[in-house]
Design a protein around this ligand. Structure first.
Ligand SMILES: Cc1cc2nc3c(=O)[nH]c(=O)nc-3n(C[C@H](O)[C@H](O)[C@H](O)COP(=O)(O)O)c2cc1C
Length: 347
C-alpha cells in the first residue's frame, strides 16, 4: 500500500517551501505539532544527475528522524534526469516522489521547469512517465491551475489526471497570479468532479491561503471529497498551525532556541568530514554514490542570514518583541544570537 493510501481523511501536509522547509525547520514543525505528511524543498533533477551538483542535491534531501513519512519533491525538464533522480529516492528514505510543475520563479521557468511545464504538457507527461517507470515509490504532482487563466485547469489538470498520479496537489492560482490574489476556492467542486471522472484513485490535495487546523476542518466540511489540505505560509503566522494549540510566548521562545541549536548542530557537522574515509573538506567533492555522503548531517548551503527570516515567527506580538528582534537581526552567528538572548534574560 502506498503512503497516500495510509493517510487519514482529511490529511494535513506542510507545503514544500524553498529556503524554509529544510531538514531543520521540519524538525521545528514536528516539535510544535507535525502534519500527517512532510515534503522536502524542491531539488533539481539535473543537479542530482551531475557530479558537480549532486552533493548539494543530497544536502537538500537529508531526512531527519522526525520526518517520515516524507515526500521528496523534484523539478527540472530533462526526462532522463527525472528517471535517474526518482530511482535514487527510495534508498534515501522517502515515501514518495513529487514532481513540481507549478513553481513561478523566473529562473526556474527559464530553465523550463516548474510552472513552465504547463506550457509544455507533452514534456510534463514524459517526465512523469520517466519518474514512475524508474521507481517503485508512488509519484505525485504539485501544480497550479494554469499559466494565466484559471480556467486552464480544465485541460491542464485533465492532462495530468490522465496519467493517474498517486496524488495531485493543486495550488488554486495560476502562475501569473503568483500569490497576489485570493486562491480560487470557487473551482474546488469542479476540480473534484474532474478528479472523480478521470482518476478517482488520485488523492486530491488542496493548497492556497489555508491558515490552520480549524480552517482545514472548515474546508473539509465544505469539500468532503478533497482528500488532503496543504499549508504553506500559514506556518509563518503560527508554527503550531497543524494543532489546536495556541502557543504562548514561552512556547515560541523555546522553538527559537531549538531552531538555533539545530542550525548550529547541522552547520557544525557540515564543517567536519562527511566522508567515511575521513577526507576532510568543507565543500565536499562530488561522489557518485549517494549513500556514503548521507551518513552525516550537513548544512552548508544555508547562510546564517537566512536563519534571520525565521525570527519573526518566534518573536512577535509581545512587549519588547520588536526591540529583541531588531537586535537579533544584527547578529552574524548563532553564538551572537545566544549572547543577545542572554542579555535579554531569555537564556
Ligand atoms: C518561500 C516559499 C518557497 C516555496 N517553495 C516551493 C517549493 O520548493 N516547491 C513547491 O512546490 N512550492 C513552493 N512554494 C509554494 C508553496 O508550496 C505553496 O504552494 C504556496 O505558498 C501556496 O500555499 P499557501 O497559501 O498555504 O502559502 C513556495 C512558497 C513560498 C512562500
Amino acid at each position: 500500500m502506498n503512503i497516500w493510501e495510509q493517510l487519514p481523511t482529511p490529511f494535513t501536509v506542510l507545503a514544500p517551501m524553498e529556503g524554509v522547509t529544510d531538514v531543520v525547520f521540519r524538525q521545528i514543525i514536528a516539535h510544535a505539532g507535525r502534519p500527517d505528511l512532510f515534503f522536502t524543498e524542491f531539488t533539481n533533477v539535473s543537479s542530482y544527475a551531475s557530479d558537480k551538483g549532486r552533493a548539494n542535491a543530497l544536502e537538500r534531501l537529508q531526512v531527519a528522524p522526525t520526518d517520515p513519512p516524507i515526500i521528496a519533491q523534484i523539478w527540472g525538464k530533462n526526462p532522463e534526469h527525472f528517471a535517474e533522480c526518482a530511482a535514487a529516492l527510495q534508498s534515501l528514505g522517502f515515501a514518495g516522489v513529487d514532481l513540481n510543475f507549478g513553481c513561478p520563479d523566473k529562473h526556474v521557468n527559464k530553465a523550463g521547469g516548474g510552472a513552465a511545464m504547463i506550457k509544455t504538457p507533452d514534456l510534463a507527461v514524459e517526465c512523469y512517465r520517466n519518474a514512475t517507470s524508474s521507481t517503485a515509490l508512488p509519484v505525485s504532482i504539485k501544480t497550479r491551475l494554469g499559466w494565466s487563466d484559471p480556467e486552464e485547469y480544465q485541460t491542464w489538470l485533465a492532462t495530468l489526471l490522465q496519467e493517474h498520479p498517486a496524488a495531485l496537489t493543486v495550488h488554486l492560482r495560476t502562475k501569473k497570479e503568483m500569490s497576489k490574489v485570493p486562491a480560487h476556492y470557487e473551482l474546488v467542486p469542479e476540480i473534484i468532479n474532474l478528479r472523480n471522472q478521470i482518476s478517482p484513485t488520485t488523492k486530491l490535495v488542496i493548497n492556497g491561503d489555508i491558515k490552520n487546523l480549524a480552517h482545514i476542518h472548515e474546508l473539509h466540511t465544505k469539500y468532503p471529497e478533497a482528500d488532503g489540505f496543504m499549508i504553506g505560509r500559514g506556518v509563518f503566522t503560527n508554527p503550531y498551525c497543524f494543532t489546536d494549540i495556541r502557543p504562548t510566548r514561552d512556547d515560541l521562545m523555546k522553538l527559537l532556541k531549538l531552531h538555533l541549536r539545530l542550525y548550529e548542530e547541522y552547520e557544525n557537522s557540515a564543517s567536519r568530514s562527511i566522508f567515511a574515509d575521513g577526507a576532510n573538506t568543507k565543500r565536499p567533492s562530488p561522489v557518485t554514490t549517494g549513500a556514503r555522503e548521507r551518513s552525516e548531517k550537513r548544512y552548508s548551503h544555508i547562510p546564517y542570514d537566512n536563519l534571520k527570516h525565521f525570527f519573526k515567527i518566534y518573536i512577535n506580538n509581545f512587549p519588547g518583541a520588536a526591540d529583541l528582534r531588531a537586535k537579533l537581526m544584527e547578529t552574524h552567528s548563532v553564538q551572537e544570537a545566544y549572547a543577545v538572548l542572554k542579555q535579554a534574560g531569555e537564556l
